[in-house]
Design a protein around this ligand. Structure first.
Ligand SMILES: Cc1ncc(COP(=O)(O)O)c(C=O)c1O
Length: 376
C-alpha cells in the first residue's frame, strides 16, 4: 500500500506533545535558510493581506514576469503552484506517466505521487559506501534498457510515458550532479524520447548548476523550483516549474483554480527582488556549513557526507538507532530528520539543517552527549 509520506518540520505536533510553544523548538529537520524570511518579504505579505478580499490572480502574472526575466525564458514556460509539492502531484497524470525511474535515495513525495497515479516506479539508488555519489552509471544502464524498449514499437506503453526523476542538489544526501553528467542524461533522454524531471528545490544554494538555462535543449525536460527553503517560507506554499510552453500549458489544466493565494504571490514577487538577501545568504551558508561540518566531524564515530545544500547528512556510529537518537533529541525540543524513512538509505543516518552558529553548536553538543549515553 502507498503509505503517507513522512517529512521534517512537524513542529506543531511536537510542540503539542511537549506542551511548549513552537518558537522554543530547535528545528533541524526541515531545511530552511536561517537568515530568512527576508524582512522585505514579511513586509510585502503584511501589505498583501488587504488584497485578500479579492480572488488572487489565477495566472500569477507578476511572479511569472519576474521569473521569466530572471531565467531568460518566456512567461509561457512557467507554471506557479501552491508549493512545488502541488506541482509534483499533478505531474504523473498531466504527463500520462506509466513508468518512472527515481534516482534515490531522495524526496519521498515523487514516489508517493507516482504510485497514487498508478505509475510503476524503479529506484536507482546511490550507496553509502560511495558517500551517496549520484549513481550515474546505473542510470545509464537503465536508460540503455529503455532505449531498447523505445526501438521496439510494439511495446506498450510507449517510451513517451516513461520519466526519470532526480533531485539536484539531492535531499537527504546533499550531493549534487555535475552539469556534464546532467547534459549527458539530457542527451540520452532526447535520444530515447522519455521525460526528465529535475527537482531543484535546493538549487538557490548553488545556482550555477541549474538546468533552466538548458531548457531549450530538451522539449521533455521539466524543472521544479521552490521558494520554501531559500526564503524560509514553508507556511506560505509557493513553487514553480518550467518546461516547454505547450507542455506547461497542458499541465496548467490539472491545477485547481486560484491554488496560489494572494499573499504567497506578493511574497514571491518581493523575494525575487531582494538581491542583497540572496547574496548575503549564499555567503553565510558557505561559511556556516563548512564550520558545521568541522564540528560534526568531532563527534566520535559519526560519518559526515559532503553537501552542496543547506543541510548535512550524517551517518551514526554502527549499532546506533537513528529513531532512538531522534526521540532523545526531541525530548529536549530538538528536531532532526531521521533518514530511515527515505527508501534506499541503508545506514542509520540523520539529515541536519544548517542553522545559525549558536544553534548548530548546541546541536553538536547535545548529539555528542546523547550518542555517548546510548553507547555506554
Ligand atoms: C527535494 C524537495 N522538493 C520539493 C519539496 C517541496 O517543497 P515545497 O514547499 O515547495 O512544496 C521539498 C520539501 O521538503 C523537498 O525537500
Amino acid at each position: 500500500m502507498n503509505q503517507p509520506t513522512i517529512h521534517g518540520g512537524e513542529v506543531y505536533l511536537l510542540a503539542k506533545q511537549l506542551g511548549r510553544p513552537v518558537e522554543t523548538l530547535l528545528d533541524f529537520s526541515a531545511s530552511m535558510n536561517p537568515l530568512g524570511p527576508p524582512v522585505s518579504v514579511v513586509r510585502a505579505m503584511h501589505e498583501a493581506v488587504n488584497g485578500c478580499q479579492y480572488y488572487p490572480d489565477r495566472h500569477s502574472e507578476e511572479i511569472r514576469a519576474q521569473l521569466a526575466q530572471k531565467h531568460a525564458i518566456s512567461e509561457e514556460s512557467i507554471l506557479v503552484g501552491n508549493g512545488s509539492a502541488e506541482l509534483i502531484h499533478i505531474l504523473p497524470k498531466a504527463l500520462a506517466l506509466r513508468h518512472a525511474c527515481i534516482l534515490g535515495p531522495t524526496f519521498s513525495e515523487f514516489e508517493h505521487a507516482l504510485r497514487l497515479a498508478g505509475v510503476r516506479c524503479t529506484s536507482v539508488n546511490a550507496v553509502s559506501s560511495q558517500r551517496y555519489t549520484p549513481p550515474i552509471e546505473k542510470l545509464h544502464d537503465l536508460l540503455d534498457e529503455w532505449k531498447r524498449v523505445s526501438i521496439r514499437k510494439d511495446r506498450k506503453p510507449g517510451i513517451h510515458h516513461y520519466a526519470v526523476f532526480l533531485c539536484n542538489p539531492n535531499s537527504p544526501t546533499g550531493r549534487r550532479l555535475s552539469l556534464r553528467d546532467l547534459r549527458q542524461i539530457i542527451k540520452r533522454v532526447n535520444q530515447i524520447g522519455c521525460w526528465m524531471i529535475v527537482d531543484e528545490a535546493f538549487m538557490d544554494w548553488c545556482p550555477s548548476y541549474s538546468l533552466i538555462k538548458d531548457l531549450s535543449l530538451c522539449s521533455r525536460l521539466i524543472i521544479l523550483r521552490s521558494f520554501t527553503k531559500f526564503f524560509a517560507i514553508p507556511g506560505i506554499r509557493l513553487g514553480y516549474l518550467v518546461g516547454e510552453p505547450a507542455v506547461v500549458g497542458s499541465m496548467k489544466k490539472h491545477l485547481p483554480p486560484w491554488s496560489v493565494n494572494h499573499v504567497a504571490q506578493a511574497a514571491g514577487v518581493e523575494a525575487l527582488k531582494d538581491w542583497r538577501f540572496f547574496q548575503r545568504s549564499l555567503r553565510f551558508m558557505q561559511q556556516a556549513r563548512a564550520a558545521f561540518i568541522v564540528q560534526l566531524r568531532t563527534i566520535p564515530g559519526v560519518r559526515v557526507m559532503p553537501s552542496q545544500a543547506n543541510f548535512v547528512m550524517v551517518e551514526l556510529p554502527p549499532g546506533v538507532d537513528s529513531d532512538d537518537i531522534g526521540a532523545r533529541l526531541q525530548e529536549q525540543g530538538i528536531l532532526v530528520r531521521d533518514c530511515h524513512t527515505f527508501s534506499g538509505v541503508t545506514q542509520s543516518a540523520l539529515r541536519l539543517a544548517v542553522k545559525l552558529r549558536r544553534d548548530n553548536h548546541r546541536l553538536v553538543q547535545v548529539l555528542k552527549i546523547t550518542l555517548k549515553d546510548v553507547q555506554m
